[in-house]
Design a binder for this molecule. Structure first.
Ligand SMILES: [Zn+2]
Ligand SMILES: [Zn+2]
Length: 325
């Protein structure tokens, strides 16, 4: 089958990839569309020493299993289901998990993938395929709600006006928080719903605006430094992006601040798909303005190049035709 193969920092279109075989409790999925994510760009730079087919944000059609013939999206962590971590309900943290397109499981920049059937969610008929490719990052934004008690009316700052930041800001606004976003693209305020304000570029580490909640989604290694400066005493900082290690930024990190101000620091990764699909379908979560371009699978390298340009939000790769099921 066709797919994109990432190895030693290069991405190649190949037509000789093995189709996934049928496996019990797993479903094969014909990929319609897949989104290029910052994690994919990091993999290309060498993150995780990844070798194989990347891609984890997808919409496809189930080839077999109970959802056969239906449009689906999928949670990306495939866990063993039987270890203590899994049994305690933390399947996403299973020590032997594989992760679609990231860790020991071929990803969605290919004609077909395979995922545990339990990971799949049916896409509502009224939800366009393009929008549904945001289910995975939108679910990650909804994870904040699972981890932190959000009180309507409290003030939140989202650092970073990239895709994940804009999704997090929208989810917090849906929960009734007063939300401001900082970042390099104030023009994005135009289409942000629910009165979300854009502050432009925040000067790093100046002042103490006293936000109840700061979500760091800028991907900047100094993001945590400015987040700790922006949050109020006993406030919460949620870290949403995995930044590459930066000894300089870590040197500027004053952990005593955390103690003195009794700040809660929360790491936050993948989240629940159902509220994400509902919000996308009901247009409570706006994603259409983030889609910059589509590329065919055979032009994967160009798609990645475009996705890594500054200011580009979302690049989608068209794999199979929607109507060819
Ligand atoms: Zn992603
Ligand atoms: Zn497990």
């Amino acid at each position: 089958m066709q797919g994109l193969w990432l190895e030693s920092g290069s991405l190649d279109f190949r037509e000789d990839l093995e189709e996934p075989l049928a496996v019990r409790n797993e479903t094969r999925v014909k990929i319609l569309r897949a989104g290029v994510c910052a994690t994919d760009l990091a993999l290309l730079r060498g993150y995780m020493d990844f070798c194989g087919v990347p891609g984890h944000e997808f919409v496809g059609i189930a080839i077999d299993g109970p959802l056969r013939g239906q449009r689906v999206v999928g949670e990306i962590n495939a866990s063993c289901g039987s270890c203590d971590t899994c049994k305690s309900g933390m399947e996403g943290h299973c020590p032997t998990r594989t992760v679609l397109g990231i860790l020991h499981r071929p990803g969605a920049f290919a004609e077909q993938i395979r995922l545990p059937t339990a990971n799949l969610h049916r896409v509502p008929d009224s939800l366009p395929t393009d929008w549904a490719t945001f289910a995975e990052p939108a679910a990650a934004a909804f994870e904040i709600r699972e981890q932190v008690a959000l009180s309507p009316g409290s003030r939140a700052l989202v650092q970073g006006d990239g895709r994940l930041g804009l999704l997090c800001a929208q989810v917090l606004a849906l929960e009734g928080l007063t939300v401001e976003v900082s970042g390099r693209h104030p023009e994005r305020e135009e289409w942000l719903p629910n009165g979300i304000g854009h502050l432009g570029t925040e000067p790093n580490g100046k002042g103490r605006p006293g936000y109840d909640l700061v979500v760091e989604a800028s991907g900047d290694p100094y993001g945590i430094v400015s987040a700790l400066n922006a949050v109020r005493p006993r406030g919460t900082v949620v870290l949403k992006t995995t930044t590459e290690p930066s000894p300089e930024a870590n040197g500027d990190l004053d952990l005593a601040q955390l103690v003195v101000n009794e700040i809660s620091l929360v790491g936050s990764r993948c989240g629940p798909f159902e509220p994400a699909l509902d919000a996308l379908n009901e247009e409570r979560l706006i994603v259409a303005p983030m889609i910059e371009a589509h590329y065919p699978l055979s032009e994967g390298q160009r798609a990645f190049d475009r996705a890594s340009q500054r200011g580009v939000l979302k690049i989608l790769i068209d794999v199979n035709d929607d109507d060819a099921n």
